[in-house]
Ligand binder design. Structure first.
Ligand SMILES: NC(=O)C1=CN([C@@H]2O[C@H](COP(=O)(O)OP(=O)(O)OC[C@H]3O[C@@H](n4cnc5c(N)ncnc54)[C@H](O)[C@@H]3O)[C@@H](O)[C@H]2O)C=CC1
Ligand SMILES: CC(=O)[C@H](N)C(=O)O
Length: 374
């Protein structure tokens, strides 16, 4: 009975304590009595591998073959060493990715497989990128629900049980028509209308709950639409801002699936992966929140096209609106207030619209010169 009484006292503290109230952190008490968020078999070993045990974190990236994972792995490997960053996905990696560092098959819906990977590789940081994005999510709600929500539950439990530092990205898509849109602050009404947005609000809330309840070191950034040159987007509403570069270079023509005046927050991938590393490395006492907006710029398709046309005056842009994507974009933030990230842990973007366009064109210029030379 004393154990049960202790447990219920701990639970009461968890429910009623507020940050800064001076109560003893709940996590210590919970870990001391080996209380786990998931019922596991009695032979499972509960041990917390803390970051301080090793010189570098040992990082696992889930969903690593999407638009963002390979870029993040490249930066983390530069910093922590090639073998300390493992990419994982359910797809077959292209040979350049396979040969650039450790790759492992991992389906986030397979809890035991995830646990095995974390234990066998002594993982200390988990970056959870697997997801179905906004447009593909609407086309397959039940798969999106399973990957984005059930998969996240597996990730949270594994991270809590093994004392991992966990990064889960959220998105501008976590806001909806009743949120303030211009600008959108960190804390406001969040009633998204997509399964993607609903699953990301769920991820934010569950991560923060596990942080307060079990001491999980959960960190989350709400990314804007991300623009990259060497990786393709996976089926989102902001994909047009990547596609325009490919089509402009290939054919000099682009047909946009959003209205010309659709304003959305955007960011170049280098800023996105740097922000991710910075928030993961930020001392815990600098984080007044666990979920932050980050931003770099906001533009419309028309403004992006005009910036491109300064260098490619012959580029022709036409519009054929996709009503699903347009309806989604019309409920998303137009501008994103990231002042808390800037104040708390020093977030600062490097790329604005002109620099983004120049960098993308430089990349494709080099690519097409190389293609012509081969
Ligand atoms: N790319 C963007 O503009 C933004 C991305 N984000 C978030 O960043 C994260 C990464 O985004 P992207 O790389 O763009 O996504 P993506 O759609 O390009 O890649 C997602 C990856 O998840 C993998 N995946 C799907 N089901 C899986 C499963 N059962 N187990 C393991 N992996 C599975 C897919 O194979 C794919 O490689 C996502 O969580 C996304 O919500 C947030 C805001 C903006
Ligand atoms: C902004 C995002 O989360 C993503 N690019 C999407 O458009 O779904």
């Amino acid at each position: 009975m004393p154990v049960i009484r202790t447990l219920s006292k701990v639970a009461q503290q968890a429910l009623f304590s507020t940050p800064g109230c001076g109560c003893q952190p709940l996590t210590v008490a919970v870990r001391n009595i080996s209380f786990s968020p998931r019922q596991v078999t009695s032979d499972a070993s509960f041990h917390s591998v803390s970051f301080s045990e090793t010189d570098h974190p040992k990082v696992l990236i889930t969903g690593g073959l999407g638009q963002l994972g390979v870029g993040l792995a490249k930066m983390l490997r530069k910093r922590f060493g090639k073998n300390n960053v493992i990419l994982s996905d359910i797809r077959k990696p292209p040979s350049n990715v396979f040969h650039s560092g450790p790759f492992i098959y991992s389906d986030i819906l397979d809890y035991k497989n995830l646990r095995e990977i974390v234990v066998n590789n002594r993982i200390t940081w988990l970056v959870h990128y697997s997801a179905l994005l906004s447009a593909v999510g609407e086309a397959n709600v039940s798969l999106a629900r399973s990957v984005n929500i059930t998969g996240l539950h597996n990730i949270l439990d594994i991270a809590a049980e093994h004392g991992l530092r966990l990064f889960v990205p959220s998105t501008i898509g976590a806001f909806g028509p009743t949120s303030p849109r211009n600008p959108t602050p960190d804390l406001c009404v969040q009633r998204p209308r997509t399964i993607y947005g609903v699953s990301k609000v769920h991820a934010e809330l569950m991560g923060e709950y596990y942080h307060h309840r079990y001491g999980l070191d959960f960190r989350c950034l709400r990314y804007p639409g991300i623009i990259s040159a060497d990786s393709m987007p996976g089926g989102g509403t902001t994909d047009y801002a990547v596609q325009i570069f490919h089509d402009a270079i290939k054919s000099g023509k682009f047909e946009c699936n959003l209205r010309p005046d659709t304003r959305l927050p955007m960011m170049y991938i280098d800023d996105c992966v740097r922000a991710t590393l910075e928030v993961m490395e930020a001392p815990a006492d600098t984080l007044s929140m666990r979920t932050y907006n980050i931003n770099a710029m906001s533009f419309t398709p028309e403004e992006l096209a005009q910036e491109l046309q300064k260098q490619m005056p012959e580029l022709e842009v036409t519009y054929d609106v996709d009503h699903v994507r347009q309806a989604i974009a019309d409920t998303w933030p137009m501008d994103f207030d990231d002042s808390n990230a800037r104040n708390d842990w020093g977030w600062k973007h490097d790329y604005d619209l002109p620099e983004l366009v120049q960098t993308m064109l430089n990349y494709f210029g080099v690519e097409s010169l190389m293609a012509r030379a081969n």
